[in-house]
Design a protein around this ligand. Structure first.
Ligand code: CUA
Length: 302
């Protein structure tokens, strides 16, 4: 993404420089060319110049339309991650970044990613608004408490890149920095397999699912008092209000913290709220567990 952002940026810079020089140059040139030559001289009154006015309206219009279309295309490319991404969860908190890989690795203020692979960060905050900013990748996005925001990038060169918090978030905001470590795919695999021990995010979620007794109501056989979760993620669900919703991370999150907000059609609002009872990390584990549940019986394995 960086060359695309840079090209647009330098185009804007070139346009600004060109017109600044043109205008400043013309001011000086006309001041000299049409200076008062005799003390009594009086300037001629001129009323309008149609072609001149059309010209200085149409040219800037065309230029700004080019900037608009160009800018929009870069914006859409930045805000739409590809279908196949490596997903990593990010939790911001005063004043650190916590990264959670699906395989179970957790890291603080350091994010390891493979080179040449589209990476999607699914981000939330434990307290106030933070903002992930990796200048070298030209990507930046707010990290907001109570919701998930996304940011994606594809690193092209191995190395270490600075990561900043770009939203004033309290006393030690300026210290809320980190590094993105871009590695060769083989090194990345080696890194992933080293020193995990905790099991995958989904398996941690499965354990939590049982510890919190979610499994007593959410049973795979449709006999439970809660909706079946197998194959639920990504599906369109009908709600008791008659509306429909696509089951995504945000909906799962809401349904755990505040189950009464949007009830699945034909179910009673009997689930207790888990607001304040599960941490952001535990929420991510539960969500990842629900995402891992396939429709039963499972078909061909991928
Ligand atoms: Cu977090 Cu500034």
């Amino acid at each position: 993404m960086a060359p695309r952002v840079d090209n647009l940026y330098f185009f804007l810079l070139a346009i600004s420089v060109f017109f600044s020089l043109l205008i400043a140059g013309l001011i000086v040139f006309y001041a000299v060319r049409y200076r008062r030559r005799a003390p009594q001289a009086i300037g001629t009154n001129i009323h309008g110049g149609l072609w001149l006015e059309v010209t200085w309206s149409v040219i800037p219009l065309l230029i700004s339309l080019v900037i608009f279309v160009w800018g929009a295309s870069v914006f859409f490319a930045m805000s739409r991650p590809p279908d196949e991404t490596l997903n990593i969860y990010v939790v911001g908190k005063q004043w650190m970044w916590k990264f959670q890989h699906l395989d179970g690795q957790r890291e603080i203020n350091e994010l390891h990613v493979p080179v040449g692979r589209a990476v999607k960060l699914i981000m939330t905050s434990e307290d106030v608004i933070h903002d992930v900013f990796v200048p070298a990748f030209r990507v930046k996005a707010d990290v907001v408490p109570g919701r998930y925001t996304n940011l994606w990038f594809q690193a092209t060169t191995p190395g270490r890149y600075r990561l900043f918090c770009a939203e004033y978030c309290g006393t030690r905001h300026s210290g809320m920095t980190g590094e993105v470590v871009v590695m060769d795919p083989t090194e990345y695999q080696a890194w992933l397999s080293g020193g995990s021990g905790e099991g995958s995010l989904a398996s941690a979620g499965e354990k939590l699912f049982q510890d919190l007794a979610c499994n007593t109501c959410h049973r795979p056989d449709a006999q439970g008092r809660g909706p079946v979760l197998q194959g639920l993620f990504g599906k369109t669900q009908t709600l008791s209000s008659g509306d429909t919703i696509v089951v995504d991370e945000a909906y799962l999150r809401e349904s755990i913290l505040n189950p009464g907000a949007r009830i699945t059609a034909n179910f009673q609002p009997i689930m207790p709220a888990f607001q304040g009872l599960v941490s952001e990390e535990q929420l991510l584990q539960l969500i990842e567990y629900v995402k891992s549940l396939q429709t039963q019986p499972q078909g061909l394995s991928k």
